[in-house]
Design a protein around this ligand. Structure first.
Ligand code: ZN
Length: 368
């Protein structure tokens, strides 16, 4: 199987902040260790040199995931939380409303809350950093994916590089590694190990997908993404409701939980809209650019609520084997979905839509 250039994959992956390959095994604490040093200095009312901040933001975790504004937020939040003389300003931020969708300061508020939480057990977190057996993480995550995949699993299953930094309570796949907030791992080590297994599944599946075709068609990119995330979510999520609730547990605004549930409840309408937009494009009523933009932004939370709902229904209908046998094929994913949609009261894709996907898969590819 020929793979298209990494640049194209990366561009498509970034549309969803999605997940790509990570070939080797490693844990790096470069970013989180320096953050801890800085937090210690701030706690003791010591001035942190500009050069030290620059060094922090030059570490892989921050350099990879944060733009200049986000780095400024990290610095401001760290100073507010850890420097004792900023307490009044910190209190006013913590008391401010925390539910606005358009709040430009929302990211900052999320960050501040996570740092306040980290500070509340800072000494224990530092001890955890040196005493926790990170070696067992690899074994545990690999076992989870092994148990999840049909046997035999081959050597294509690899453990990714893990970078720790201190940011919002989350994990992000950056292509060559997965970047975890240290406090997130400290609070939920088992959940984070399961997240690593989720990412390992993405990397494993990527060895089998026909990317020359998938990445040449926006619709296939979207369907591929839904299939990929829906199956991967079966690894580390217990239910849709708990996935929504988790957002609030992680101290994201309650609005996030409501938005997740709204997307979940609107799954049928969102899938119908995908078909409708596709036909508008095919019928010349919607330009290629607008079509692409609209379908890439159609499914909230990177498609997780809808995708995971579909794969849970596959399990409910005893279709796990079929789902896994065709885990690299978005066309089969849609056919499998259609086989259960009507009985679940969900939108059934039309024959025209399914034929269109079939055609996209069988269209001649440019000669190499
Ligand atoms: Zn994922």
């Amino acid at each position: 199987m020929t793979k298209i250039t990494f640049a194209v994959i990366a561009a498509a992956a970034m549309l969803f902040a999605s997940c790509t390959k990570a070939p080797t095994t490693n844990f790096s604490f470069e970013s989180s260790d320096l953050f801890f040093e800085i937090a210690d200095s701030l706690s003791q009312n010591q001035k942190v040199a500009e050069e030290t901040w620059a060094r922090l933001f030059d570490t892989k975790g921050y350099k990879t995931l944060c733009d200049d504004d986000e780095m400024n937020d990290v610095r401001r939040a760290a100073e507010l939380v850890f420097a004792p003389n900023k307490k009044a300003e910190l209190d006013s931020i913590l008391k401010a409303p925390y539910d606005s969708d358009d709040d430009v300061d929302l990211k900052m508020k999320i960050l501040v809350r996570n740092y306040v939480n980290l500070q509340s057990h800072f000494d224990d977190a530092k001890k955890f950093r040196t005493s926790y057996d990170f070696g067992k993480v690899k074994t545990a995550a690999t076992k989870i994916v092994h148990d999840f995949l049909p046997s035999p699993v081959d050597s294509l299953l690899t453990f990714p590089n893990i970078e720790f930094f201190c940011y919002a309570r989350d994990a992000s796949n950056c292509g060559s590694c997965i970047i975890f907030d240290f406090n997130y791992f400290y609070l939920y080590p088992q959940g984070c190990i399961e997240s690593m297994a989720h990412e390992m599944f993405h990397n494993y599946r990527y060895n089998f997908t026909n990317d020359d075709i998938i990445y040449s068609e926006p619709l296939l990119i979207v369907l591929d993404h839904l299939q990929d995330e829906g199956i991967a979510d079966l690894i580390n999520k217990k239910s849709s409701e708990s996935a929504a609730k988790k957002l609030t547990e992680l101290e994201y605004p309650e609005l996030y939980e409501q938005k997740y549930l709204k997307a979940l409840n609107n799954s049928s309408e969102l899938l119908a809209e995908l078909e409708s937009l596709t036909f508008q494009n095919l019928d010349g009523e919607l330009s290629d650019d607008d079509y692409k933009k609209q379908i890439y932004n159609l499914f909230p939370f990177k498609g997780h609520p809808v995708a995971y709902k579909i794969t849970q229904l596959f399990i409910k209908h005893g279709l796990r084997d079929q789902m896994m046998e065709t885990f690299d094929n978005p066309l089969e994913f849609i056919k499998l979905y259609n086989s259960i949609a009507e009985s679940e009261g969900l939108y059934v894709f039309s024959d025209r839509f399914v034929s269109h996907i079939e055609q996209l898969f069988t269209k001649p590819q440019p000669a190499e």
